[in-house]
Design a protein around this ligand. Structure first.
Ligand code: RB5
Length: 150
């Protein structure tokens, strides 16, 4: 798969390790994040990665900031993005199986690197279950459509 990765200054080291980990699993990884510890604004990275996913430039993406929250909120403002914060592997497979999440996010200040690797691997190996979940994901798209002209 072609996977995007994005991070702010709170997650430079974690980003490097997760990028290398995903490449080791055989994926192509596109880096949209920052590579230095100077303070930056996570909404810009979230929007950039959200657009890359929504446009199909990458198949899915990983976002990392201090908590995973701010950067995922920003990405979720892009139509078509379903970014989910995961701090454990159960959430990581369920967000793919039930919500068809196209971005996972986590916090470099919340999870250790080994847990982060487990989360990423679990998410990448999971599959969307469809069925009743398809209908619910379509309902989320409808909310976007209803609100995009406001
Ligand atoms: C940066 O200090 C921090 O606010 C950011 O990484 C993130 O945790 C925001 O949600």
């Amino acid at each position: 798969m072609k996977i995007g990765i994005g991070n702010d200054h709170a997650a430079v080291e974690m980003k490097m390790q997760i990028k290398e980990f995903m490449e080791g699993l055989g994926h192509e990884v596109v880096n949209y994040g920052v590579d230095t510890p100077e303070s930056c604004d996570y909404p810009e990275i979230g929007e950039r990665v959200g657009n890359a996913v929504a446009s199909g430039e990458v198949d899915c993406a990983v976002l990392i900031c201090g908590t995973g929250v701010g950067i995922s909120i920003a990405a979720n403002k892009v139509n078509g993005v379903r970014a989910a914060v995961c701090s454990d592997t159960t959430t990581a497979h369920l967000v793919k199986e039930h919500n068809n999440a196209n971005i996972i996010a986590f916090g470099a200040r919340i999870v250790g690197v080994e847990t982060a690797k487990d989360i990423v691997k679990t998410y990448l190996e999971a599959e969307f279950m469809g069925g009743r979940h398809e209908r619910r994901v379509a309902m989320i798209s409808d909310i976007e459509k209803k609100n995009s002209s406001k």
